[in-house]
Design a protein around this ligand. Structure first.
Ligand SMILES: *[C@@H]1O[C@H](CO)[C@@H](O)[C@H](O)[C@H]1NC(C)=O
Length: 386
């Protein structure tokens, strides 16, 4: 009996131990299952994050591709522009190179007009103490776009602005002020001013309430017209024969009149001295020629010219209009030579200058550039005394 009790007790103990082991194992299994489900959760999260990241990368790569493409297009554009500039430079070098401004003093050929000879011998006496020369172009302003591709615009001492539209006609347009021109729709705010005869070319000026214009009817003459009193003041045949266009690139203009601090000048060219530009000082009251010079500035590829303080400046371009450059000067007082002259390019423009008129009061250049009315502001310096 005692043995039986022991046996039952032993069996009971064994069962209890067994049960404890099973419980323990179950708890462990539960814990492991928890961990596994946690891992699964994390893995799915990682996987979806990874997918998102991949998508982001793909779209970023696409936009990078697009940027690369625009960059390539831009680079192509820049390349073409560089090519063009290079071509222009090549053209300038081969066709224009350094045009030697040969001294032609001892090259005076027989002139048919004795007056010309006399006028060339005298020493020029200045009227003013003006001693300025251009140092550079400080600024450029496009004031207006009106009229055809060629013409003249300039402002008189009275403040009125005058326009010669085209290269011939008998009427000019007068604007009361610069603001009128700016506000005007085309020529709507202007008054037509009919002149006594036809003007031709782009060489005319308006100065102290008078129009000085070039008439090429039978002989090339300079006509002076009084704007205030609306009368013809005077007219003078220009005392040279066989006029040819002053500037090779501006074939309509036989005489280019210019105004500076010293008064009225005529820039012209003749068949007798056809490679170079000639210059004459005129008396603005009587239209007399006071003196004449054969300059060292070539006509070839010349576009336009102007006079400041007794110095002629000639601007050159290419037959296929590129950038105008100031390349030759001639000083009637021999104070400025080509070596010390400022040779510079004009700011980028639309086409080609058909006229360039200096205004001595404002020290501005009034330019007609392919139908645009452009102002150039100048920086001046003092000519060096020798
Ligand atoms: C200005 O001149 C151009 C050509 O030179 C011409 O076509 C145009 O009609 C002119 N404008 C006026 C208002 O005269």
């Amino acid at each position: 009996m005692r043995r039986l009790v022991i046996l039952v007790t032993l069996a009971y103990l064994a069962t209890a131990q067994h049960q404890a082991l099973i419980d323990y194992l179950e708890r462990r299994l539960l814990a492991i299952e928890d961990r596994i489900s946690l891992w699964q959760e994390q893995t799915t999260r990682y996987a979806s994050e990874l997918r998102e990241l991949k998508q982001q990368m793909v779209s970023q790569l696409e936009s990078l591709d697009k940027e690369k493409e625009t960059l390539r297009i831009n680079l192509d554009g820049v390349g073409t522009r560089v090519d063009r500039v290079e071509r222009e430079l090549d053209y300038l070098e081969t066709h224009n190179g350094v045009q030697p401004c040969v001294d032609v003093d001892d090259k005076l050929i027989e002139q048919q007009v004795t007056l010309v000879k006399e006028k060339q011998k005298e020493k020029y006496l200045k009227f003013t103490d003006c001693n300025d020369m251009i140092s550079s172009i400080k600024a450029m302003k496009i004031q207006k776009r009106v009229g055809g591709s060629k013409g003249i615009w300039s402002k008189d001492t009275t403040g009125k602005v005058y326009i010669f539209n085209g290269t011939s006609g008998d009427t000019i347009s007068e604007f009361g002020t610069m603001q009128d021109l700016t506000r005007s729709l085309g020529f709507s705010l202007s008054t037509g001013l009919k002149l006594p005869s036809a003007w031709e070319g782009t060489g005319h000026v308006v100065y102290n309430n008078h129009v000085y214009y070039v008439n090429q009817a039978e002989e090339t003459s300079v006509v002076k017209y009084d704007i205030m009193n609306k009368v013809l003041t005077d007219s003078a045949v220009f005392p040279v024969q066989d006029h040819i266009p002053v500037y090779e690139l501006n074939p309509d203009t036989m005489i280019d009149l210019a105004v500076d601090e010293e008064g009225l000048w005529a820039i012209y060219a003749t068949r007798q001295n056809e490679r170079y530009i000639s210059l004459a000082k005129m008396d603005s009251r009587s239209l007399d020629i006071e003196q004449m010079w054969e300059t060292n500035c070539p006509r070839e590829n010349a576009e336009v010219g102007f006079v400041i303080c007794g110095t002629l400046y000639v601007v050159y371009n290419t037959k296929q209009p590129g950038r105008s450059r100031l390349q030759c000067v001639f000083d009637v007082n021999d104070m400025v030579t080509n070596e010390e002259a400022p040779l510079f390019y004009f700011p980028k423009r639309y086409g080609f200058h058909s006229s360039l008129k200096y205004n001595p009061q404002e020290q501005l250049l009034y330019a007609w550039d392919d139908g645009y009315q452009v102002l150039y502001k100048l920086t001046m310096k003092t000519k060096l005394e020798i």
